[in-house]
Write a protein that binds this ligand. Sequence first.
Ligand code: AMP
Length: 270
Amino acid sequence: MAGIPDVALVPTMGALHEGHLALVDRAKSLAGNVVVSIFVNPLQFGANEDLDRYPRDLKGDLEKLPSDVIVFAPNATELYPLGPVETRVTAGHAGSTFEGASRPGHFDGMLTVVAKLFNIVNPKVAIFGQKDAQQVFLVKRMVSDLNFALEIEVVPTVREPDGLAKSSRNRFLNEEQRKDALALSRALNAAMLAVSILEQNKSAADGEIIRSAALEVLHAVPGIQLDYFEIVDPLKFEPIPVDYHGPATAIVAAKVGTTRLLDNAPLSIP
Ligand code: AMP
């Protein structure tokens, strides 16, 4: 696009892992210059959340990143020089459900810092992970609603060999919790299996059967404190109606010990 710098932006909160690095790889394939932002944004953490214990490792992050990326790692005073922001982006209804219901204000804070990063870095494309499906939905919506002149690219979730979605927060899990955490990806697999069985049997699509298959897996693990498991229409980020056919996203969030984990998987409802 003429006039827009050849820059791809990868916004992160640091404590980088292979999931982040997959975003960086995609960014490199899309633009001549890659900016990785590293900022643990206080605006998107609630009062009782893990802002203080969120892992920070700038030195380790710099070692993990390819030497030709530009790292933008401002501190809070640099990003918010006038103190607490007065002007914010609000995420609207879709920002108050699921993650937004459990973390009030989280998505307003996230969108506000993402909008700032878009304006500071002025990229032609920004890369986000499918791991945070509701975030992707809301960022795309903001780009459309507020006419940001950039594209949003989405990279599939990078997982550990046993299926656990990679996350900066996984380091808080002890051995037992790490095993329990696998219930999230197992539940998503159970949902996918239920879809393929319904399809094979040419049965009517039934969101409840798919949900029950996943919930059975989650409820079988006492260490899982389930927040939600839902099947949503990816175009609305709302639960699918009973007669729904087409692409859907199964989303799950749970606490394991004190660590909140998210995961999701695409489904095709027959
Ligand atoms: P975070 O540092 O957790 O804010 O994540 C920064 C970006 O990396 C977001 O777009 C996330 O969706 C993405 N991300 C985090 N974990 C993964 C993963 N396992 N696979 C792919 N992308 C990820």
